[in-house]
Design a protein around this ligand. Structure first.
Ligand code: RFL
Ligand code: PHB
Length: 393
């Protein structure tokens, strides 16, 4: 097979890139190791930045998003039993975020790609990338027990943290920056109406908790747990009791709606950045290049901002012969990656209980939260990062 842009991975990055390139008349092939049902079924992100919503709507993917997405104008931070709200529109010139599950975004993207007869292959696993040093990239993949190749002008490595693309860059070129956090998140989806109109991020003496949602009848909650915890250690009753304790506030009653838990899992927390994000004709996009802890709700949004930069760069190249966009892709995306990495690290550090923290450490966290929610300057900082920094800050 032959194409202009060979795309490895059909997560949000690979699918959106293929869609945006298609709108510009640029050909691509996507190969995805998992099945279509698996990719659609994966429960992950929930919060879309304003810029993410804008790109989805502008590229014709807004129909269901507009109908089913829940626009949120603020979040609550709960600490020492006190809840304080950050109001996005008043602090960010009218911006907001939208709660719309990653699986819905992926579903919409797959439908749009298939409606356009895209070359999108599931259960097709890339095994090797060759020819990068020679400027003639080839992807090798296996489908139905047979070996195939794709000869391409460029490769977009959209294959997530565990993919093969990053590993195709020689060790001496690549630098990795990493931090592992000493905790994980236990996440659940339950048939229960949200207990609050907005998300609640809670710092408590026993650890972090997050109240989120997917729809008016489905709630998403997270609990800080040990990084190596086993989901079998948690009964449904224990999960609800822990959430209930962590969301309580002083002198005010808070009722947590409960219901059938139909999904639960534990995620490790890490920050991870690789530099550079381009090697010869290979571009790393999204989680293949960087991971952020989910506390700032940034992972998918950052992936989508990489895609926006790359789609524009490839459009300039194919339409006008300009190489400037592809030559500055890595630098431009890494700058934004580090800004988002800082925000996600800061939210994570401020909201979780760290095993090494003593009473002093907890008091400092509470002072950080107090300042972040009381000072107008600090609230503005939090809000402008949460709704999403502009592509060109
Ligand atoms: P993905 O989604 O991991 O997709 C990569 C795809 O590549 C495929 N693949 C291969 N295909 C072919 N050949 C191979 N050799 C391959 N190797 C891998 C994989 O099967 C997969 O389908 O990466 P992408 O597209 O860059 O998207 C990144 C996002 O998925 C990720 O950043 C977010 O889910 C992170 N995240 C959140 N992001 C947000 O913006 N807001 C949130 O609220 C948010 N919450 C979260 C999150 C991630 C979480 N987990 C589970 C890590 C909450 C959680 C709990
Ligand atoms: C989610 O709803 O899955 C979610 C919301 C906010 C976060 C992370 C995850 O910070």
């Amino acid at each position: 097979m032959k194409t202009q842009v060979g795309i490895i991975g059909a997560g949000p990055s690979g699918l959106l890139l293929s869609h945006l390139l298609h709108l510009q008349g640029i050909d691509s092939i996507i190969i995805e190791s998992r099945s279509q049902d698996y990719v659609i079924g994966r429960v992950r992100a929930g919060v879309l930045e304003q810029g993410t919503v804008d790109v989805l709507k502008e590229s014709g993917l807004g129909t269901r998003l507009e109908k089913e997405g829940l626009e949120h104008h603020g979040i609550e931070l709960l600490f020492d039993g006190i809840a304080r709200r950050i109001d996005f529109p008043s602090l960010t010139d009218g911006k907001a975020v939208t709660v719309y599950g990653q699986k819905e975004v992926v579903k919409d993207l797959i439908a749009a790609r298939q409606a356009a007869d895209a070359k999108l292959f599931f259960e097709a696993k890339a095994s090797k990338i060759e020819g990068l040093a020679e400027g003639k990239p080839v992807i090798h993949f296996e489908k139905d027990g047979e070996q195939h190749t794709i000869t391409c002008d460029y490769i977009a490595g959209c294959d997530g943290f565990h993919g093969i693309s990053r590993k195709a860059i020689p060790d001496e070129i690549l630098t990795v920056f990493e931090r592992e956090y000493p905790f994980g998140w236990l996440g659940i989806l339950a048939e229960a109406a949200p207990s609050s109109e907005e998300l609640i991020y809670a710092n408590t003496s026993e650890g972090f908790a997050l109240h989120s949602m997917r729809s008016p009848t489905v709630t998403r909650n997270y609990i800080q747990c040990a990084p190596d915890d086993d989901i079998k250690n948690w009964t449904d009753d224990q999960i609800w009791e822990t959430l209930n304790r962590r969301f309580q506030r002083n002198g005010e009653s808070f009722h947590l709606n409960t219901g059938n838990i139909f999904e639960k899992g534990i995620t490790a927390m890490r920050s991870f950045v690789t530099e550079p994000m381009r090697y010869e004709k290979l571009f790393l996009v999204g989680d293949a290049a960087h991971i952020v802890p989910p506390t700032g709700a940034k992972g998918m949004n950052l992936a989508i901002s990489d895609v926006r930069v790359l789609a524009k760069a490839l459009t300039d190249l194919y339409h006008d012969g300009s190489e400037e966009g592809i030559d500055t892709y890595s630098e431009k995306c890494l700058r934004r990656t580090w800004l988002v990495t800082r925000f996600s690290w800061w939210m994570t550090s401020m909201l979780h209980k760290f095993p090494q923290d003593d009473a002093f450490g907890h008091k400092i966290q509470v002072a950080q939260l107090d300042y972040a929610t009381a000072s107008l300057a600090a609230q503005t900082t939090l809000a402008e990062n949460y709704v999403g920094l502009p592509l060109d800050l």
